[in-house]
Design a protein around this ligand. Sequence first.
Ligand code: DGL
Length: 271
Amino acid sequence: MVNNLPVGIMDSGIGGMTVAREIRKLLPHESLIYLADQEMLPYGNKSANQICLRMQALCAWMQQRYHIKALVIACNTATAAAAHTLRSRLPIPVIGMEPAVKPAARVTRNRRIGILATEGTLKSARFAGLLKTFAQGLHVSTQPCPGLVEAIETGHLSQIESLLRQYIQPLQHRQVDTIVLGCTHYPLVRDLIAKIAGDDIRLIDTGQAVAQHTAHLLMQHNLLHPLTGTGTLTVATTASANSLQSLLPRLFPDMAINHVTSLQPDPPPRL
Ligand code: DGL
């Protein structure tokens, strides 16, 4: 039965696990296959075309190997680059994500919002459309964050902190009262961002909203898992699985991970 099949979740690295965690909370019966394309990380400085081709190759692998019933692109950068193509080519529901401009527009009190995201996300046509639709009349400050995703993946705390100070300071100068975490890696350092930004700035991310949208789409397509009980969580990487084996339980102590595996030595075609 199709309903018993797993949901696929993809990101360039471990950031999308912040979305997987929300999906796990909301849909505990679903089995999840999480794919981290760490061999190609970061996506933020790659062209949309490169990311789109890579995502297509990875999706083909996910479908062949795990027969996923739906795909969640747990990456703002990859959604901007590839969601449209994947939706037109895959025979399964595809859930994407984008920086939380709309919720930020709702909660800002001084109408000044800041957006932290990758270069790829900020220069995409999808992001321009998002601003046009939801940010009319707002003072929006965008801040690309080169190097931050790599620092978060390697866990270099002093490097993470100095990059965050460098990227948050311009937003503080422009007196934003709301900062959108427009990359799924950033919620992993949310406490540090909050400490640097200070109490007067509200932080917003989209993990929970993506989980809700996933639940809604599965229901709409009659794809919700029919059984009770907890589904399994498999994590696959295009790089070596060794570092993930020890890193993931530390970062996500509340998530039981059944299996960590590597696509090597037979990864999909390189970018
Ligand atoms: N987590 C990805 C995102 O949400 C990071 C992209 C990257 O690898 O640069 O955009």
